[in-house]
Design a protein around this ligand. Structure first.
Ligand SMILES: [Zn+2]
Length: 267
């Protein structure tokens, strides 16, 4: 059974948890959904006991710090493993063309020369386009442009080994242009910045983010069976799971997950 491991669940400037990063475990390999914003990814990978040698696929939704900068540390980590002969195969980043260009440029700026020699050979930047399908870890994956407000952003739909579907919408609310593709998902990963009664305090709408209620409204509209909320403010992690779950149950009848970092969801 495939498993989703939450490595980072916080919003862009979270300090009490890591930023957006999920690891999808398929058989004995991993597919990362975003990389969070820094070298905290190394700690989370270690805590989750994810061997980097079994990490070969990485999706980057968009170019913002809290999603993309962990990729540099992955290149650094796996570049070192390649040097040591401890990494087989290639590390592939899937992202739209501008993000691929940015990843490569940032890598060339900060990484040692010996690691840059792996670019395009063992560390590969794969530009994706709207609607494009790939097979990743033997799972069917379809990428789509989310029509985001802030910067071009992609999401994906993956068909799991049990034929259930998981949809990742990136970190902006669902846009109706993708309704046909993403409705009826078994698992919908939807951002939720804060509880609805704190929308003004956190200025969720001005940041093009949803409240828990709004994420639930979208999940209902899309007939999702289960909703996974992430990309939240991090001011009360002790009670986040309960507070967000309680609000979600008021507006959505399906299963609700509000993972803490390192929580696992069996899909
Ligand atoms: Zn974000």
């Amino acid at each position: 059974m495939d498993k989703l491991i939450a490595l980072g669940t916080g919003y862009a400037v979270a300090v009490n948890c890591y930023t957006t990063c999920f690891a999808l475990n398929c058989d004995d390999d991993y597919f990362l959904l975003d990389t969070g914003g820094g070298n905290g990814i190394l700690k989370r990978l270690a805590q989750a006991e994810i061997d980097p040698a079994r990490l070969h696929h990485v999706f980057i939704s968009h170019r913002h710090t809290d999603h993309v900068l962990g990729a540099l540390w992955l290149m650094r980590l796996i570049g070192h493993q390649l040097d040591c002969g401890q990494y087989d195969g290639q590390l592939t980043f899937y992202a739209h063309a501008a993000v691929c260009q940015g990843l490569e440029a940032m890598g060339r700026f900060v990484l040692p020369e010996k690691h840059l020699a792996y670019f395009h050979q063992r560390i590969v930047f794969m530009p994706i386009e709207d609607g494009q399908q790939h097979t990743i870890l033997k799972r069917k994956v379809q990428f789509f442009d989310t029509a985001a407000q802030k910067t071009q952003q992609f999401g994906l739909k993956i068909t799991l080994d049990n034929d259930k579907t998981l949809v990742y919408l990136g970190d902006e609310p669902f846009n109706e242009r993708n309704y046909a593709l993403v409705h009826n998902a078994d698992y919908l990963l939807h951002e939720a910045f804060c509880r609805h009664d704190e929308a003004e305090k956190y200025r969720a709408a001005r940041k093009a983010h949803s409240t828990v209620k709004e994420a639930c409204d979208n999940a209902r509209l899309l007939n999702a069976k289960a909703l996974i909320l992430f990309h939240t403010e991090d001011h009360d992690l002790t009670h986040r799971k309960k507070n967000y779950t309680d609000e979600a149950h008021r507006f959505f009848d399906g299963q609700v997950f509000v993972p803490d970092d390192l929580d696992c969801i069996w899909l």
